[in-house]
Ligand binder design. Structure first.
Ligand SMILES: Nc1ncnc2c1ncn2[C@@H]1O[C@H](COP(=O)(O)OP(=O)(O)OP(=O)(O)O)[C@@H](O)[C@H]1O
Length: 209
């Protein structure tokens, strides 16, 4: 799916983090967000997913078109892997969980409770949700954290299939995923110099520079 954003300003809490963000992504294309820690990658992805409305600017798509994978895995700890998959399939109106199971090699884990999975297994289960959403735009925040080399390759294959089916993707990642149609967007030029940031906040990056 083709989509674009125009002159977007995005905030976290009361602080405007990014201004003037403009880009477009074509059907079948992946856009990789690159920027230092704290520059606003998560902020932008949350804005695209409709979790935080933009301060200003335009989103030329519906947040309903976006499937968002956040830092947190977002699993139902007490449910089994299969029950988690079925839960999401019901939410997104998808009948068949098999493509998600196959994409992330979950078949041997189906009866295991989510809380008993390893960190990498949890991540695989969490990412498999993207396959079940049927949504055209995947927004992925550091998706490969906890994944070994083999599972990074599985993830890249899942994204490549999604793109080949006419989907698109925006990813924050620090590693090269080997995606055939990936373009890179450096967010550094869009960092806002916020007037709202309290100067004595020890967690603001500026305090450590
Ligand atoms: N609730 C909040 N209120 C105010 N500022 C926040 C809030 N959450 C995050 N920030 C700040 O917003 C800025 C952008 O954060 P964001 O998480 O988008 O960065 P990032 O590029 O994804 O970083 P990383 O690579 O470390 O994940 C950071 O300076 C962060 O400290």
């Amino acid at each position: 799916m083709n989509f674009s954003v125009e002159n977007l300003a995005c905030r976290r809490g009361d602080v405007t983090v990014l201004t003037g963000v403009t880009f477009s992504v074509a059907e079948g294309e992946a856009l990789v967000l690159r920027a230092p820690n704290g520059a606003g990658k998560t902020t932008l992805l949350r804005c695209l997913a409709g979790l935080t409305p933009p301060v200003s600017g335009a989103l030329h798509f519906s947040p309903e078109d976006v499937a968002y994978a956040a830092h947190a895995d977002g699993l139902k700890a007490q449910l089994s892997v299969e029950e988690n998959l079925q839960f999401w399939a019901d939410i997104f109106g998808t009948r068949d969980i098999a493509p998600a199971v196959d994409a992330f090699e979950l078949s041997s884990l189906l009866s295991r409770r989510a809380q008993d999975l390893s960190a990498g297994q949890k991540r695989r289960l969490s990412l498999s949700r993207m396959v079940l959403t049927g949504r055209a735009i995947w927004a992925l925040d550091e998706p490969t954290v906890s994944l070994d080399v083999e599972n990074v390759a599985r993830f890249s294959s899942a994204v490549t299939r999604h793109l080949a089916q006419g989907g698109s993707a925006v990813l924050a990642t620090h590693i090269d995923l080997g995606l055939p149609t990936a373009r890179t967007l450096d967010l550094s030029p869009f960092r806002a110099i916020s007037q709202d940031a309290p100067s004595d906040d020890p967690f603001l990056d500026g305090a450590f520079q």
